[in-house]
Design a protein around this ligand. Structure first.
Ligand SMILES: [Zn+2]
Length: 435
């Protein structure tokens, strides 16, 4: 696929995937169109050689895998991991606030959000709702209002002359989105609004009563190519939907001879410990069902390799001293291998070596990132997956700016370049361990 076509599809995916639930739904429908069969954790599986399958957990994580024609424990499995969640503002359980004549919703900050960019944006709301149907049975459905229905206005500089020097943000009091003028008596509650929305999106859902929800505000500005020569991709949730999409495209393009797997976990931004997070049992329980015998499973694990794909920090021209000057990745100069001596990244010489070999064979330039020695380092699902499963892992990602902003920036070429390396990895017929 050429870069323009790849980016068109990436932008469409980013726009559709407003929450982890919507991301998983979009990934699942692409997998299904490509001939992958859905599996359910609560049912027996009958897997065929050459088969292509996927399963979801909590509607917010997904594992897709192929059983290669040449599958064998000593050949290992080629795995790519990413995460479906992004920092955002989530609606509280009893959210209605009426302050100074306005109707607002109380929000909780999900993950390490950069809060400043959330002001003065046209925000919409999306996520998952649980409800009772007419028979009283518990059901869930996704909703996405898909239009600007809230805004968090900035305080004017005239009312805070120090704003550019010292304004800080109190997440309890300063970032409540404004939805309307104060509701008149008889105006529906938030749950009643959700009930109406469910009926718009799912006319046959039979909702009697909304029970609960996980809803995120998101910026309605669509993803776009920007820059003098359109050299950048600007979008919400590039961390880490860009890697989910890139992993998916490389899996779909793999030749099917090797056993391959893609896992996209929820809850990375909050530590990964959940039924669907990378610290939960999703990956290992899937592998156990593929290879029930413990000894054979240990062989498979020992011979497998996971490429954990999550974005890297590009060196910022206005803040270049935040990087070690030998390790400042540039946008559009290729994927980045992320290294940390203190194991905040899972990369080691052996796993990084294989990635460099694959990239070289593919003609893709590789950069490296190590945090300044006087600064702390971020982390991702790589060390958690390696520690929880024993699978050798490396952490890589495309360079970006503004990580955890409501609008992040990546290079136009890097995701497509990474896709080529991941596809080569999925097709790699040699061993994944050194000779
Ligand atoms: Zn991330």
């Amino acid at each position: 696929m050429d870069v323009d076509q790849f980016n068109r599809e990436l932008l469409a995916f980013l726009a559709a995937a407003s929450t982890p639930f919507h991301a998983v739904s979009a990934l699942a429908s692409r997998l299904q169109s490509a001939g992958f069969s859905p599996l359910r954790s609560d049912q027996a599986w009958s897997l065929e050689p050459g088969g292509r399958y996927y399963l979801t957990r909590n509607d917010s994580s997904i594992v897709a895998f192929t059983i290669g024609a040449e599958a064998a424990p000593e050949r290992g499995m080629r795995m790519v991991g990413a995460h479906t969640d992004s920092p955002c503002l989530m609606v509280k359980p009893a959210p209605e606030k009426r302050r100074a004549g306005y109707f607002q919703l109380g929000v909780e900050v999900y993950g390490g959000a950069l809060l400043n960019p959330w002001f003065d944006r046209d925000l919409s709301l999306a996520g998952r709702v649980s409800y009772a149907d007419q028979a009283g049975a518990l059901r869930t459905a996704m909703v996405d209002f898909r239009r600007p229905l809230a805004v968090i206005p900035s305080l004017a500089i005239h009312l805070d002359r120090e704003a550019n020097q010292s304004r800080s943000i109190n997440p309890q009091t300063d970032i409540l989105p404004v939805l309307a003028l104060r509701a008149e008596p008889g105006t529906p509650s938030f749950r009643e609004l959700l009930r109406d929305r469910l009926l718009v999106e799912h006319p046959d859902c039979g909702v009697r009563e909304v029970l609960d929800y996980e809803l995120c505000f998101y910026d309605t500005q669509p993803p776009a190519l920007v820059g003098l020569h359109e050299e950048f991709i600007a979008s919400a949730r590039l961390d880490n939907l860009l890697s989910c999409f890139t992993g998916l495209q490389s899996l779909l393009a793999a030749d099917g001879r090797q056993s391959c797997l893609l896992v996209c976990n929820d809850h990375e931004e909050v530590g990964s410990l959940s039924t669907s997070g990378a610290q939960g049992p999703l990956l290992l329980s899937t592998l156990r069902r593929l290879v029930p015998d413990e000894v054979t499973l240990a062989q498979l694990v020992a011979n497998s390799l996971m490429i954990s794909a999550d974005n890297a920090h590009g060196i910022h021209p206005n803040y270049a001293d935040k990087h070690d000057d030998n390790h400042g990745p540039l946008l559009n100069a290729g994927p980045v291998i992320k290294i940390n001596a203190n194991q905040r990244y899972a990369t080691n010489a052996e796993t990084a070596g294989l990635f460099r070999l694959l990239a070289k064979e593919e003609g893709v330039a590789v950069q490296s990132f190590v945090v300044r020695s006087d600064m702390g380092c971020g982390s991702t699902i790589g060390p958690i997956t390696a520690g929880g499963t024993g699978i050798r892992t490396l952490d890589i990602g495309v360079p970006t700016f503004a990580m955890h902003s409501v609008r992040e920036l990546a290079g136009r070429d890097d995701a497509a370049q990474l896709c080529r390396v991941l596809q080569r990895f999925y097709n790699h017929s040699g061993r994944l361990t050194p000779a």
